[in-house]
Design a protein around this ligand. Structure first.
Ligand SMILES: [Zn+2]
Length: 295
């Protein structure tokens, strides 16, 4: 089964991770723009980060046989620095036009500050202008209140709900998201928030419609193989294959296809791996024999 991890920060991961993901069946990923663990001090750092998501990281991913798409946005945490935030907002329209950008995100609440809300509304407007879906991060603290307020913002902004993916859900928030027309993402973490077993129970209870799973792997304690691992747990629990396929491939595909930037035929085909290729004269190899596969 082809697997899709629609929320993973590969910039923070290694080539070993790419290889393990490919071996476990992952054939497509979405890398949302987020924060880097410590606050950036220049708008230019955001611009170079966006360029690396569109350039070097997409190249690295293809070198390991995985389609790479990304979302571009001002993350909630750094929205709290207005001097920087306004500069990033000026950059965004230009980057939202680029090939391979399939949503505005991740946007949303971190601390639930008024300033975060202001930039959430502003970025939803940018998404509407660009005709893109949005990827919404929900806060880890006070998750229920944050998610409910997020759904209010979605309603008030009048963006069509089928263009909205509300991420990082749990047992408490999922029913509220499914009551709307929004899609519901779940980040499967090694210890906290949501795990394979709890996710399986949610699917048994709510089915597969508009349900999405991801690893949200980044520079913290996380696991880039959580999508395949959750697939295995669902299979062992007797969830029908067609539901598993819907969750682990078709739903993320169908959500991000709404961007108009994905050619489904290309996405459904394996990436041709040609490790003889270079990106701006740089290779992922360190003297190894280049792999060429699928030509
Ligand atoms: Zn993230």
């Amino acid at each position: 089964m082809r697997l899709f991890d629609p929320h993973i920060h590969m910039t923070s991961r290694t080539t070993d991770d790419y290889q393990a993901m490919y071996d476990a069946g992952i054939r497509a990923i979405v890398e949302p723009a987020f924060w880097l663990g410590q606050p950036r001090t220049h708008v230019g750092s955001f611009e170079d980060y966006f360029l690396s998501l569109l350039g070097w990281e997409r190249f690295r991913s293809a070198q390991f046989g995985i389609h790479h798409l990304c979302t571009i946005g001002l993350n909630p945490k750094e929205a709290n620095n207005p001097r920087l935030a306004d500069g990033v907002m000026e950059l965004l329209p230009r980057y939202l036009e680029k090939d391979g950008v399939v949503a505005v995100g991740e946007i949303g609440f971190d601390d639930m500050s008024p300033i975060e809300e202001k930039y959430m509304f502003a970025q939803i407007e940018l998404a509407k202008q660009a005709g893109l879906p949005i990827l919404i991060h929900t806060p880890h603290r006070d998750k229920k209140r944050g998610t409910l307020r997020t759904l209010d913002v979605v309603r008030e902004s009048q963006i069509p709900e089928h263009l909205v993916l509300v991420d990082h859900n749990n047992e408490e928030t999922l029913p509220h998201v499914l009551d709307t027309g929004c899609w519901a993402g779940h980040s499967i973490y090694p210890e906290t928030k949501m795990d394979e077993r709890r996710m399986t129970v949610l699917v048994q209870k709510f089915g597969a419609e508009r349900i999405i799973i991801n690893s949200a792997a980044d520079w913290g304690v996380s696991d880039p193989l959580k999508v395949p691992k959750t697939v295995n747990t669902m299979r062992e629990a007797g969830i029908p294959e067609e539901q598993i396929k819907r969750i682990a491939w078709e739903n993320p595909r169908d959500f991000f296809v709404q961007s108009g930037r994905i050619d489904v035929k290309t996405l459904e085909r394996d990436v041709v791996i040609d490790q003889r290729q270079l990106h701006e004269d740089n290779s992922v190899l360190r003297g190894q024999q280049p792999l060429v596969q699928g030509k």
